[in-house]
Design a protein. Structure first.
Length: 290
């Protein structure tokens, strides 16, 4: 069967158009927008991540610094990027990631010029750890929570002051340690008062002595002495009770235990109400700067 000349011409045109269409289609689908995380220089990547941190885009900052470290595993920008990544993770409320990142930095670069900031940030991470949804909404203060993170934060700040006493972060770390020490003393006092109320007088006296030996010169020492007096009286240890009362009168002459029934258990019932004691932590946590 013979095909007419005009039909062959049309067929050729359609074939050419089909080939061109396929070629352009492949070109369209094959083109990908370049990922800046894969193409920027180390300097540009660092500036990009730093800008994200400064503008509060911490998730983008963490991703940028993570890619920088992967692409450029060595160099001053890489070292600083790990610190900035830990800060971004801290601000994102990812304490486990932040703590892991800053610990890795300290172990890898113990002589880095900003290692004092790393110790400071490590203390901040534990200082500000969230304790979970229930505790957040019930409003428990730090003295009613597990003290593991509190003690770890105290030790982290102590490590900073020991290794870098002249650091610009040392003064703030000392203030936080005072606050944490007061909190740990109060936590032990809470336990001592619980034992006292339950009639476990040996346990309450032991916990009170621990407060006096470990947290001297805190606000809780007066109450600890009062617990000792109560516990020793209940145990029939009159001489020890008298000695403790003498010290209490000498140092805390206005303590309520000397003038009335103490502690007043009824005055604490409101602490069981949700949101009743939120905001007890009045310590302002400034953003760390490097």
């Amino acid at each position: 069967m013979r095909v007419s000349r005009p039909l062959r011409a049309v067929s050729r045109v359609l074939l050419v158009l089909l080939v061109l269409g396929l070629a352009s289609g492949c070109s369209f689908f094959g083109k990908k927008k370049a990922d800046p995380l894969e193409t920027l220089s180390v300097e540009q990547l660092y500036e990009r991540g730093k800008n994200f941190n400064e503008t509060g885009r911490y998730d983008d900052a963490a991703k940028t610094f993570d890619r920088l470290v992967s692409r450029f595993p060595f160099g001053p920008y890489t070292e600083q990027a790990q610190l900035d990544q830990a800060y971004a993770q801290y601000k994102m409320n990812k304490p486990e990631d932040a703590y892991s990142t800053v610990n890795r930095f300290i172990k890898t670069y113990p002589a880095h010029k900003h290692v004092d900031y790393a110790y400071y940030l490590r203390g901040l991470i534990n200082f500000g750890r969230e304790e979970g949804l229930l505790e957040r909404y019930v409003g428990l203060d730090m003295t009613q929570r597990d003290q593991a993170y509190v003690r770890q934060s105290f030790d982290d700040f102590a490590a900073l002051i020991k290794r870098h006493p002249d650091s610009r972060y040392a003064s703030d770390a000392r203030q936080r340690m005072i606050y944490l020490r007061e909190g740990m003393a109060q936590a032990d006092l809470n336990v001592a008062l619980f034992y006292l109320r339950q009639g476990a007088y040996v346990a309450s006296s032991n916990r009170a002595k621990h407060i006096l030996e470990t947290y001297d010169q805190t606000r809780q020492t007066g109450d600890a002495l009062a617990v000792l007096v109560k516990s020793y009286r209940a145990l029939g240890q009159e001489k020890l009770a008298d000695d403790s009362e003498r010290v209490l009168k000498l140092n805390y002459p206005q303590h309520p235990a000397l003038a009335s029934e103490w502690p007043d258990w009824r005055s604490n019932w409101w602490k069981l109400l949700p949101l009743s004691n939120r905001g007890t932590n009045s310590f302002t946590v400034p953003d760390p700067k490097n």
